[in-house]
Structure formats: structure tokens, C-alpha cells
Write a protein that binds this ligand. Structure first.
Ligand SMILES: [Zn+2]
Ligand SMILES: [Zn+2]
Length: 151
């Protein structure tokens, strides 16, 4: 399903203070997936969603802080304004960046295509639509994760 949303092209993004600038020039997925795991809820404070961009398409300028949220992933944010910049697996070669669409004005038209940890979604984060959904158990059966999510 994600294949239908693959694009090649240019997207420009920036954090709230404008110090961190992100350019995608290459392959990306023009669609958003939401995660309701407890780490994403805590990190973002509300609904957390991202789109994927290929590592070799991404250029980043500005001071970026990184938090190693799990042994296999990092969460990056602007050291000045705190805007969340990406999530990325760190245990493989050149993993995709997972960018919050709000950094990129052109991403405002991207549709929501998937939602994971739906059984953990808070009442205020119910998302309507016919997109693909997976529970925690369904997601963790196929993907690396922290045992039992996080406290
Ligand atoms: Zn900033
Ligand atoms: Zn998550």
C-alpha cells in the first residue's frame, strides 16, 4: 500500500526557530503514519505521526540534539527550540528518516495511511478514516520494539 505514495522530489522543512533546516531531495513517502505507543505519546505530548524519507535524500543543517530512545533508535530535536525533527533506527545501514510532517509545509496534503498501537490510543486521539490499523500485539509481532513498550 505504501508503494502508491512513493515519490522522488524535493521537500524543504525547518524547526520552529528556523536554525535547523532539513532538505529532502530524492525518495520519500507522501503519506503519514501515526504511532500511539507510550514513548511517542510522551515524546510528542499529543498525536505523533511521521512520513519516511530515504537517508541518502536528506540534508540537515543546524544544531541537532539526539536522544537514544531505545538501543536501536534515536529521536532528534532542535537544541534551541525543541522542535521534534525525526525518529530513526540506528542499528542498520542508512535507515530512513521518519519526519513529523509539520516541519514541511508541502506535507500538509499528505494523507493518513496507517496507525499503530491503536489499542493504546488515548480518547482524545481517535482518528477517523479507513486507513490501515495495527494493535500493539500485531505491530510487535513483526517489528523491533522494547519489551512491553515503555512504562
Ligand atoms: Zn529550532
Ligand atoms: Zn511510537
Amino acid at each position: 500500500m505504501i508503494e502508491a505514495y512513493r515519490r522522488t522530489g524535493r521537500l524543504d522543512g525547518a524547526c520552529l526557530c528556523g536554525v535547523v533546516r532539513i532538505r529532502v531531495d530524492g525518495g520519500y513517502v507522501a503519506a503519514v503514519g501515526v504511532c500511539h505507543c507510550s514513548m511517542c505519546q510522551r515524546w510528542n505530548g499529543m498525536i505523533y505521526g511521521t512520513f519516511d524519507a530515504e537517508a541518502d535524500a536528506v540534508t540537515v543543517e543546524g544544531e541537532v540534539a539526539r536522544y537514544p530512545a531505545t538501543p536501536f533508535s534515536e529521536r532528534a530535536f532542535c537544541a534551541g527550540c525543541g522542535s521534534h525533527l525525526w525518529m530513526r533506527n540506528t542499528d542498520g545501514d542508512a535507515a530512513n528518516y521518519e519526519f513529523p510532517p509539520g516541519l514541511f509545509p508541502a506535507a500538509r496534503d499528505f494523507p493518513l495511511i496507517s496507525e499503530i498501537y491503536v489499542d493504546r490510543a488515548p480518547a482524545y486521539a481517535a482518528l477517523a478514516g479507513g486507513h490501515r490499523r495495527a494493535t500493539r500485539a500485531e505491530y510487535e509481532a513483526k517489528n523491533p520494539h522494547l519489551e512491553g513498550d515503555m512504562p
